[in-house]
Design a protein around this ligand. Sequence first.
Ligand SMILES: Cc1ncc(COP(=O)(O)O)c(C=O)c1O
Length: 405
Amino acid sequence: MVNWHDKFAERTTYMKRSTIREILKLTQMPDVISFAGGLPAPELFPLERVREAFRAVVEHYGPQALQYSTTEGINELRDWVAARMSRSGLTITRENVLIVSGAQQAIDLVGRVLLDDGDLLALENPTYLGMLLAWRPYNLRYAVIPTDRDGLLVDRLDKALIRRPKLMYLVPNFQNPQGVTLSWERREQLVECLAEYGAVVIEDNPYGELRYSGSDIPSLYEFDASFRGSHSLDGHVIYAGTFSKILAPGLRLGWVVAPTAVIDKLVQAKQSADLQSGTFAQYLAYEVCRDGFIEGHIERLRAVYRRRRDLMLAAMDRHFPEEARWSRPEGGLFLMVSLPEFMDTSELLKEAIRHRVAFVPGQDFHVEGGYNTFRLNFSNAQPDMIEEGIRRLGQLLKEQVRQPV
Ligand SMILES: Cc1ncc(COP(=O)(O)O)c(C=O)c1O
């Protein structure tokens, strides 16, 4: 028998499975109410529109839709993305757009072209687990920037940027896992700092269009261009977008918008990763989204998710003990709960599963601390499940929070 462990490459020692994906297996027991996943609500997938688009793709594009296509992505979709993202007086062109297999691939490719082993990464704590896992093989060092309810504390940025990080990673809107959003003023300050230090940031924005309250705030790439008085995309921001939360994650499609020098390098990396994202999926996404359909669809998503967020927050107000604290996101899919420091939410999860309710313990989203936090998802549970699940969780928390071990 081959001992494969002797054969694996050195870098694989830094790889590990996503704990969330492992927890999800546990929570799929039939009577467990799970707030653990990060899934969009499947009942809201626009099946009828997809069916029509499917036919249109076959009829319109025929064999071309089943053929290899360019690494950059099909022109129809790149133009659509470019037009949609040309805002705040900025003109984004097809050359600024790379179609990728989800924002996760954008993260992976950006890592391949920008990160060397042992590089310094500036990041929020907690942050997106999928990024931490993707970049683990680079054995990075972290310049951690603390956050509060308005996102990262910009007055701590100097301390991080003075160390000259290679890259900064941010989820400015309804962050996964905390649900917090970087305020308008802080975005202005951030782009000033980027210019001062010549620093670059990847703006990962899967949730930006899912706002349920408050006013929209422009993206970092828009702030960056307006700070530099530029009408083209030649600044400090690499933007990652995705169809996963506004259309369907199973299509595995997203996009990168960046200066052309970055796109050129990412294309080289993507060529060796997977040649291209699926031609058929790209035509399908284009047919579904074009002529404004997607804007109406996003409105429908917002209405349903807003209600679920409100129900969850109201149920938490009723059932959770006063020792617990939680974020009140203005959009997205998640919120985060903090418990007194003596509590360990990985242990709590075992009890929670016995009470037939589940969440994701917070530690893995953190590069330091976080063992007393957990993440809740509100998009993928029916209203009556939200009330009952939060009631069960509140009961457990009340028992546990008052009996330190
Ligand atoms: C912050 C963040 N980035 C990227 C992704 C990956 O999204 P995609 O399905 O587009 O690969 C997710 C998915 O949950 C996410 O929360």
